[in-house]
Design a protein around this ligand. Structure first.
Ligand SMILES: [Zn+2]
Length: 120
């Protein structure tokens, strides 16, 4: 019979342990469970901030979309709403510009502190 390896610490799983167990001992089982809860919590924080960012961009977009200067919005508009520049889903290229995608919007912060927003 092949040795089974603990999914948490990498030690062999004792033969006398339940054959479906992925862990060598209860400590490893609970440590792994705890780590996964921390990971889930981080993911939830990320998603929460992502939604928060999305709402900020949406409201700014709505506010400016009637106007012709939608292309370049002052970064202060975002900063004053506590926009988190580090949270987005992915990066993409729109009209030759590298943009950060949220959910239904994408944006680019230019070095001159103006922001361009796209509705996707
Ligand atoms: Zn273990």
């Amino acid at each position: 019979m092949e040795n089974r390896i603990c999914a948490f610490c990498g030690d062999d799983i004792p033969y006398n342990r339940n054959k479906n167990s992925r862990y060598c001992c209860d400590e490893c089982y609970y440590e792994n469970k705890k780590n996964r809860a921390i990971e889930m919590n981080k993911l939830n924080n990320h998603e929460r901030i992502l939604l928060y960012n999305e709402r900020i961009v949406e409201s700014i977009y709505e506010q400016y979309s009637d106007k012709k200067y939608i292309l370049y919005i002052s970064g202060i508009e975002f900063i004053s709403r506590k926009f988190n520049w580090n949270i987005y889903t992915s990066e993409l290229i729109i009209e030759g510009i590298k943009a950060k995608k949220l959910l239904h919007y994408a944006y680019t912060l230019f070095t001159n502190q103006t922001v361009r927003v796209w509705k996707l």
